[in-house]
Design a protein around this ligand. Structure first.
Ligand SMILES: Nc1ncnc2c1ncn2[C@@H]1O[C@H](COP(=O)(O)OP(=O)(O)OP(=O)(O)O)[C@@H](O)[C@H]1O
Ligand SMILES: [Mg+2]
Length: 217
């Protein structure tokens, strides 16, 4: 008989503004999880599935002047596809999902940044996503510093990266407010430090979470 008692995997998300270092620390977090015996599935948003990556291209294309509600619904269309085809099956298998951005990003960008009501986003989260991450690492960084890093990375700025600085200040403030309101889930990491220190702090927060999670707490 098939065992049904296996525990579902953990959903861990990485959040932060442009150039905060999410993608940079992802590899170290994956290695840490694997060293502790977890099978890891990595995702990114918007995107993470073939359909989602097509939506990502539309969303980030500066040629499309998406109105805020269209942007919000495209984000959730991509996330719906990701949750149903990738995240939920992985969690059900007992795999750990490591997400480069998740629903908190919609609260920060489409809520804080674009000014859409948090209640609407919470309702989409409830109906479409049906899950909150078990752990979120918020890489918090001064806006100008993050934008400078993202620009130094090279390549043309995408539609969101072309926003004004006050947009990103609202994004950052929303992320920080969410972390302050839910410190048990969201760990804030000082992303202004050198990469090694950011990785160290992120891994320490991950370890604290895993110590609880692996005990079944
Ligand atoms: N702690 C750090 N100190 C200095 N530079 C960093 C640090 N972390 C990342 N970088 C560099 O900053 C740039 C942005 O990092 P990264 O792409 O990881 O950010 P991100 O949060 O994934 O950005 P985006 O939101 O655009 O996906 C990269 O060139 C990276 O090498
Ligand atoms: Mg990135």
């Amino acid at each position: 008989m098939e065992r049904t008692s296996a525990r579902r995997g953990a959903l861990i998300s990485l959040e932060g503004g442009e150039g905060a270092g999410k993608t940079t620390v992802l590899g170290a977090l994956r290695a840490r999880l694997e060293a502790r015996g977890h099978r890891v599935v990595g995702t990114r948003e918007p995107g993470g599935t073939p359909a989602g990556e097509a939506i990502r291209a539309l969303l980030l294309d500066p040629a499309h002047p998406w109105v805020p509600h269209a942007e919000l619904l495209l984000m959730f269309a991509s996330r719906a596809q990701l949750v149903d085809t990738l995240v939920e099956p992985a969690l059900a298998r007992g795999d750990t999902v490591l997400a480069d951005r998740f629903t908190d990003a919609s609260f920060a960008y489409q809520g804080g940044g674009r000014g859409l009501p948090a209640g609407l986003i919470a309702e989409l989260e409830r109906v479409v996503v049906r899950r909150t991450p078990d752990l979120t690492l918020l890489l918090d960084l001064d806006v100008a510093q993050g934008l400078a890093r993202a620009r130094a990375r090279g390549g043309p700025a995408d539609r969101i990266e072309q926003e004004r600085e006050d947009f990103f200040e609202r994004v950052r403030a929303t992320y920080r407010a969410r972390a302050a309101a839910d410190p048990a889930r969201i760990a804030v990491v000082d992303a202004a430090q050198p990469v090694e220190a950011v990785v160290r702090d992120a891994c320490a927060a991950l370890d604290r979470f895993l110590d609880r999670w692996e005990r079944g707490a």
